[in-house]
Write a protein that binds this ligand. Sequence first.
Ligand code: NAD
Ligand code: MG
Length: 390
Amino acid sequence: MRKISIFGATGSIGQNTIDLIRRAPEAYDVVALTGGANIAQLAEDAIALRADVAVTAFADRLPDLRAALEGSGVEAAAGQAALVEAAGRPADWIMSAIVGAAGLAPGLEALKHGTTLALANKESLVCAGKLLLETAERHGARLLPVDSEHSAVFQGLAGEDMNAVERIVITASGGAFRDWPLEDLPKASLAQASSHPNWDMGQRITIDSASMFNKALEVIETREYFGVRPEQIEVLVHPESLVHALVGFNDGALMAHLGAADMRHAIGYALHWPARQALPVERLDLARIGQLNFRAPDPARYPALRQAYEVMERGGLMGAAFNAAKEQALDEFIAGRIRFTDMAAVTAAVLERIEAESDLIDAAMTLDNVTRVDHVARKQAAQAAEERIG
Ligand code: NAD
Ligand code: MG
């Protein structure tokens, strides 16, 4: 039996992971499941999967979790320190599917224990890629991509020589507003931004798909994970979301990865790697689909994309600043304080302000320094949002 834990178990990726585990319960010994405010879901899954421990990120929810788990034999824990403690419990494989920078500390802890980390939490790579990779290297741990594009690239690179790679192309659906007139974008509502044309995902990443902040993070994730130069990374709008990524080689070959828009493929690939196992995902009937479309992303529609390249150019801890500013801007949009198009204006303002703060941005990449940059960038983003409201 493989010992596994799922961080962010109550979310979209977490629930898809549980779906796969439930199909072969005899193969897995579940150590920890973690969640946030959805205590009922967390407790139900922890009991059904006979987890050792269930952890809610919110310390004040411990009594509720205890009550929900009463008599089940599943241990209850709460708070950030409990999350990190759970990440250090012996396991063979951990799914990192917390949303946002909050996933970084538990992910690092898992790697320090040599655990294989299936990484859906792209934000941790954006904030502290070098730190994660070096920690994995030092402790003989492995990082496996779960983002669909990065899983696709990873599969496209299997058995290949990185020196023969010319470029990596990741696709983007274009999100909810890909065909809207540009002048309507400032009026986009929260409900409209929260509905994705192809993928069923958590609300935050769905909105980030409409703005392409998600793709901006993924460009940086590509650089961190595969070690290519920024100019080797391209984004291609592909409305059908069936080609997830392409790898271009020095002989002109372009290897594409196709599959249904179902995260259980990338999750299952990381779960069974290096083997392939049958997965309950739709098989594509290309004759029925008939055609696939591609176009270049419009920079005016997706200003976040260019910001990703600016972040990579500046280097240092700019990734952590960018991600934190983006998270704050998203909070402000979800709360109805700023407009959809204000989000990219807020992150642009933060990048401009923070880039000169060398004591912050050029500090060593440690968890403490990343956290420090994160706090400052969130504060600056809140201020920039305030200025746009005022
Ligand atoms: P989600 O919002 O559905 O779930 C997030 C999970 O994190 C929940 O379990 C929630 O309780 C937990 N959480 C929220 N705030 C937390 C905090 N402060 N501390 C600890 N736990 C917290 O999100 P999701 O769509 O499942 O995405 C999870 C991660 O996977 C994100 O990094 C996202 O970018 C990435 N991802 C998601 C998809 C997808 O299809 N949903 C695809 C690719 C990558
Ligand atoms: Mg993705």
